[in-house]
Design a protein around this ligand. Structure first.
Ligand code: 5GP
Ligand code: ZN
Length: 137
């Protein structure tokens, strides 16, 4: 898609540090340099995010997320990964081509990739009831 930075990376119109590539997906280093080893996995097909994606595309993306994560753990000395994925502007998505962040982890690395929440405002049970009410309408 025109003007999509990740489509340009996929087409090699702009350079990237590729970690893994197959027919359907690409994994490359995130340029943020916010945490060591930050990798993005994208489908070669342009879809906006998970909410917009067909199941086949999602399947390919998560196959690659698993493959790259296993490589990091089995070959690179990491002991786990955090997987992050923002869907929609209000969820923090800034690039509107589906991407999954892989943050490689090891014991004592001092990195908290899991968000720190401030505590719910409405209570678990009342939110649960509201969600059930809406989805069963
Ligand atoms: P989001 O905020 O949408 O979940 O994540 C977008 C990510 O894309 C950010 O972590 C950002 O650093 C990364 N990013 C944005 N532009 C580029 C780019 O041109 N190249 C690479 N490798 N990463 C990018
Ligand atoms: Zn795109």
């Amino acid at each position: 898609m025109e003007n999509c930075i990740f489509c340009k990376i996929i087409k090699n119109d702009i350079p990237s540090m590729k970690v893994y590539e197959d027919e359907f997906t690409l994994a490359f280093m995130d340029i943020a340099n916010d945490v060591d080893g930050h990798i993005l996995v994208v489908p070669k097909k342009h879809v906006v995010n998970m909410l917009d994606a067909d199941n086949e595309t999602l399947h390919h993306v998560y196959d690659t997320v698993k493959k790259v994560s296993n490589m990091l753990v089995e070959k690179c000395g990491y002991s786990g990964v955090d997987i992050l994925n923002a869907n929609g502007e209000d969820a923090g998505q800034t690039v509107f081509h589906l991407h999954v962040h892989i943050i490689p982890k090891f014991k004592g690395d001092g990195i908290t990739a899991w968000p720190k929440f401030n505590g719910g405002k409405n209570g678990v049970e009342s939110t649960y009831k509201k969600i059930l009410e809406e989805i069963n309408k």
